[in-house]
Design a protein around this ligand. Structure first.
Ligand code: SF4
Ligand code: SF4
Length: 382
């Protein structure tokens, strides 16, 4: 007997996700309040329910694909916050959005900024349109570029373009923690490829990931300053069939292992910690950055009202910033509002992307990555 999935007229890729799409379409918007995009955009069409209902209608043949609908599929940060509050089981809205993006792209409705991003990626091997391996050589002292190291520090495109001032503090900390087996990865591939995956171009993502893994194959461990790179290398590559035996760590995990070597002159302050989505919800790393911040502050950092699994998103996730920068900024502004509520004078995070987004929206509060905070408190005193 034919199932419902076989008889609905909608596009093939989306049909596989009929159950998830239908669950949202018939849901009384239980997660509406949790979605940073919906909160910022204030339209029902951009709620998780609204976007899934749009796809439901596409599947049923009630509406046709067009550029406006394609744009809606990008109104998602891939933050997975909605999933934390969903009572209906296995619904993952961002997963469905990525599939929808692929469908829209194949039908010729991809938003122009996304098309440009994929073009730039194809030409330069990264979304920034820069020679990133040359940047590594110009930003990193030779002694950190040793060949044949057991572990590689994968800097990633975000650090190399928007947060290169984090590189010095990170190297200082590796030195101070006596971690001498890590060298900075100097190869051609300096982007994990996540933007291609977010653009729904799984084939290009896979091919790029193969090239990255080929370059990283000599390492036993890869360390990253960027939670999105860490997640992509550690979880997404194997999930997409690119298995590897490399241990992948975020730098806060590595530093926490060697924390007893760090000599820190703690300085108290009203600093609050903000959980990056990829480090927190995606990878479950909550304690290590807090422990490092506590070392620098001489006590636990303050907490936002919504934290850990329920933490907000800085607005920098997925490709929202490309298609709707105002909505992305409004999400960052909400994080600042939450920091104001606890009267913090410093927002500490553990992600170069969150740091950039939050710095942009700051109205005076200092924003730092925990790596910078900790490096600024290093001391040579016994
Ligand atoms: S993600 Fe869950 S709570 Fe949100 S609209 Fe879909 S089914 Fe409802
Ligand atoms: S993943 Fe984040 S932005 Fe996307 S629908 Fe869920 S809560 Fe909203």
């Amino acid at each position: 007997m034919k199932s419902k999935k076989d008889i609905i007229p909608g596009p093939d890729g989306l049909r596989t996700y009929l159950d998830q799409i239908e669950t949202c379409a018939y849901c009384p918007k239980l997660c509406r309040f949790s979605c940073p995009v919906a909160e910022a955009d204030k339209r029902e069409t951009t709620t998780p329910w609204g976007r899934q209902s749009m796809l439901h209608q596409v599947l049923l043949g009630g509406i046709k694909l067009d550029s406006e609908l394609a744009g809606l599929s990008y109104m998602c940060l891939s933050c997975e916050r909605c999933a934390e509050f969903c009572e209906h089981g296995d619904v993952l809205v961002p997963q469905v959005m990525r599939v929808a993006r692929e469908v829209f792209r194949k039908q010729g409705f991809e938003p122009e900024p996304v098309m440009e991003l994929r073009y730039t990626f194809k030409k330069y091997g990264n979304p920034k349109g820069k020679n990133l391996s040359a940047r590594v050589r110009s930003l990193v002292p030779d002694r950190f570029l040793a060949e044949g190291a057991k572990a590689g520090l994968f800097l990633g495109c975000e650090v190399l373009t928007g947060a290169s001032d984090m590189i010095g503090p990170a190297l200082e900390l590796l030195d101070a923690a006596l971690i001498d087996y890590v060298a900075v990865h100097e190869g051609n591939e300096q982007c994990c490829g996540l933007p291609l995956y977010e653009a729904g171009d799984k084939d290009a993502f896979y091919e790029h990931a193969e090239r990255v893994l080929y370059e990283l194959a000599g390492y036993r461990m890869v360390v990253s300053l960027c939670p999105a790179c860490t997640y992509t290398l550690k979880v997404l590559y194997p999930e997409q069939g690119l298995d590897h035996k490399i241990e992948v760590l975020h730098i806060t995990e590595l530093l926490a292992r060697h924390g007893s070597n760090l000599k820190i002159s703690a300085e108290a302050g009203k600093a609050v910690y903000f959980d990056p989505c990829y480090l927190g919800r995606y990878l479950g790393v909550y304690d290590q950055p807090r422990a490092l911040a506590a070392k620098a502050l001489g006590g636990e950092p303050m907490e936002l009202f919504r934290n850990k699994r329920e933490a907000y998103c800085c607005g920098g996730g997925s490709l929202l910033n490309l298609v709707s920068p105002g909505t992305a900024s409004a999400a960052s502004a909400e994080v600042h509002r939450q920091a104001d509520l606890v009267e913090a004078d410093k927002l500490v995070t553990a992600c170069p992307r969150c740091r950039s987004m939050l710095k942009k929206e700051s109205k005076g509060i200092e924003v730092e990555d925990v790596v910078e905070l900790l490096a600024s408190r290093l001391t040579s005193d016994p």
